[in-house]
Design a binder for this molecule. Structure first.
Ligand code: KIV
Length: 276
């Protein structure tokens, strides 16, 4: 591709200016091939720590490491040209203090080339966000259902069902916004709470299981594509790749066992002297 036809990669300004404009389209990506397919359609591609469960078969995101995020972040960067790429900071890489958060975020950005990081931002994390933003790292917050906190919550539970949870979600969002987050993921909350959060912050909100009152939407791509047997209520499956892949593998197995694959079309031929 020539320099003239090279696409411009979206910047943090494009994203933060989307408040109450056209909805931000966001999906997760974990590898170069899928990222290249999603890139033309998305404003943001998130290298989510959901990769621990989706790609590595872990029971939750708690076991995800910096090395895993960096490896997948590099792959997604290689596959994309125009989407704004955000890499999740894994559990244990930012909670201790601002220095720990900055050093790990800087390592993620330097080694992957991504444009921003995301942290699951309890109110305490405002300090970390402010520290990182002041030092050149764009930070996306994540409030409501925070998958890295499932061990204190007792599982993946929607938030905002009690007054205490409701006001905590708003406090988390306002704290992240005031600390300088350029966008906030709002996960697993009812429409009224998603609306109140969206109205309480200056930056765009990106919903997952949080109604269409948010400024954008994100889904785990494998859920959207129907690659998992369990699909959360808030996902609309736009494909059934589990069936497509299962059928393709079954056909392959049948043909290998029947010795009909590889056939003539998939077999190299000896070149005859007259051909050359
Ligand atoms: O890890 C992830 O994929 C996420 C999205 C679900 C928002 O945080």
């Amino acid at each position: 591709m020539s320099a003239q036809t090279q696409l411009r990669r979206k910047t943090v300004k494009d994203i933060s200016q989307a408040k109450r404009g056209d909805p931000l389209v966001c999906l997760t990506a974990y590898d170069a091939q899928m990222a290249a397919l999603l890139d033309p359609h998305c404003d943001i591609l998130l290298v989510g720590d959901s990769l621990g469960m989706v790609v590595h078969g872990l029971p939750s995101t708690v076991g995800v490491t910096m090395e895993m995020m960096i490896l997948h972040g590099k792959a997604v960067m290689r596959g994309t040209q125009q989407a704004f790429v955000v890499v999740d900071m894994p559990f244990g890489s930012y909670e201790t203090n601002s220095d720990q958060a900055f050093l790990n975020a800087a390592r993620i950005m330097q080694e992957t080339g991504c444009q921003a990081v995301k942290i699951e931002s309890g109110v305490y994390a405002a300090q970390q966000i402010e520290h990182m933003v002041a030092r050149g790292i764009p930070v996306m917050g994540h409030v409501g259902l925070r998958p890295q906190a499932i061990n204190v919550d007792g599982g993946f539970r929607a938030k905002g069902r009690t007054e205490e949870e409701w006001s905590r979600a708003i406090d988390e969002a306002v704290a992240a916004d005031q600390a300088g987050a350029f966008a906030i993921v709002v996960e697993g909350v009812a429409p009224d709470l998603a609306n109140e959060i969206t109205e309480s912050v200056r930056c765009p909100t990106i919903g997952i299981g949080a109604s269409n009152g948010c400024d954008g939407q994100i889904l785990v791509t494998n859920d959207l594509l129907g690659m998992t047997s369990w699909v959360p209520k808030f996902v609309k499956k736009n494909a059934d790749l589990m069936t497509v892949i299962g059928d393709a593998a079954a056909t392959y197995a049948e043909e290998v066992r029947a010795r009909t694959f590889p056939g003539d079309a998939q077999t190299y031929k000896l070149r005859k002297a007259a051909d050359s």
